[in-house]
Design a protein around this ligand. Structure first.
Ligand SMILES: NC(=O)c1ccc[n+]([C@@H]2O[C@H](COP(=O)([O-])OP(=O)(O)OC[C@H]3O[C@@H](n4cnc5c(N)ncnc54)[C@H](OP(=O)(O)O)[C@@H]3O)[C@@H](O)[C@H]2O)c1
Length: 337
């Protein structure tokens, strides 16, 4: 049965005002948190481990939690309307489930699960990269617990993936070398970290429900149990290389370019992962997403216009990525995986 604002209790406010987030100081979580705070429409509460050394964006409320003490998570989530999970991939496997179970006990109606990747409807790509079944299980658990989810399908993060070393978009800025997958001409859709943050803030700033049967405006409820599809740029590695050369003032002669077969690279990475060497994970993931006949291009589904997301400058985003290189290099354990 569709829900309408007109049928809600008299004190119902048709807006998401109270948002809780895990990872407010993290890669994507910090962008989402800042974008939410910038709207001036939301109170943002960060669930953060008591032992966390992460610094959190200014203006966020902090709720210290202990993943081994569910009561701390339930207490932090009580009274919140929307719960966003941005969780480090290196966190213990059961952490997401612990959060979701606590959210149900706290009475949270809506959860944005960890994801922030490819098209959830591309089952084959999801299975080949090992990420699909995990994300599906996370969404299923939310539904089983009578909550609803909205997940973000954004493709690779452009700036992060450009900066994140040769295992990602192939660039090593320290040695000025580039590994092109096949001929470097396969397109992938990408989103900048800032665009993901804006998209989440846009969705959470919509009315929660339509006023009544005649209200056809876009609401948060439009996206329930669905993906929000967004993009910044649809690019080949060669397109990225042209932008990198413009931004760094370099030419072909400054770079060592090699080619690698995507299938071989995927299989090598997967073999490493299968023996527990997580250094193979990014290699496997990015190589698979650049398969020429089944790349990670979700741009046909992008809802940028619907959400009023801005067009961005490729070269400015490339510069943001290059500025991230040193910062990501400090995250040794994380970037190795
Ligand atoms: N599309 C892409 O290109 C792309 C790239 C990378 C990742 N992703 C996706 O985005 C998700 C979030 O990635 P991210 O880089 O934003 O995460 P992140 O910054 O590495 O970590 C997010 C938060 O996780 C918490 N955390 C860290 N280690 C933990 C542990 N051992 N146990 C419990 N909590 C821990 C921390 O919060 P506190 O310190 O506050 O507790 C941290 O701020 C990933 O899991 C992945 O699904 C997508």
């Amino acid at each position: 049965m569709p829900k309408y604002a007109k049928n809600q209790p008299v004190d119902f406010i048709n807006a998401i005002e109270r948002v809780a987030i895990v990872g407010a100081g993290g890669t994507i979580g910090s962008h989402i948190t800042n974008a939410l705070l910038e709207t001036g429409r939301h109170t943002v509460t960060a669930l953060s481990r008591k032992s966390s050394g992460n610094s959190l964006p200014k203006g966020v409320l902090v709720a210290p939690v202990d993943y081994d003490d569910e009561a701390t998570i339930i207490a932090a989530l009580k009274g919140q309307q929307f719960f966003i999970i941005t969780m480090a991939p290196t966190a213990p496997r059961d952490t997401h489930s612990k959060l979701v179970q606590a959210a149900a006990k706290a009475g949270i109606p809506y959860v944005m699960p960890n994801g922030y990747g490819g098209d959830i409807d591309n089952i084959k790509l999801g299975a080949d990269t090992l990420l699909g079944p995990v994300a599906q299980a996370n969404r299923d658990e939310i539904e089983r617990l009578d909550m609803q989810w909205i997940t973000v399908c954004c493709g690779f993060w452009y700036d992060y993936s450009l900066a994140g070393g040769a295992a990602r978009f192939g660039f090593d800025f320290d040695t000025r070398s580039l590994t092109l997958y096949d001929d470097g001409n396969t397109k992938n859709s990408t989103s900048t970290l800032a665009q993901v943050g804006r998209a989440v803030a846009k969705v959470l700033s919509l009315k929660e429900l339509p006023e009544d049967e005649d209200d056809t405006s876009l609401t948060l409820s439009t996206f329930l149990n669905k993906g929000v599809y967004i993009k910044s740029f649809v690019l080949t590695q060669n397109d990225m290389f042209e932008s990198v050369k413009r931004v760094t003032g370099t030419t072909d002669t400054d770079w060592t370019v090699t080619h690698e077969d995507t299938k071989k690279r995927y299989e090598d990475g997967l073999a490493q992962v299968k023996v527990g060497n997580m250094a193979g994970f990014s290699k496997m993931l990015y190589a698979r997403a650049f398969y020429p006949y089944d790349s990670n291009d979700l741009s046909a589904k992008a809802q940028n216009e619907l959400l009023g997301l801005p067009d961005e400058s490729l070269d400015e985003s490339t510069k943001v990525g290059i500025d991230l290189v040193k910062e990501l290099q400090l995250r040794v354990e994380r970037m190795a995986a």
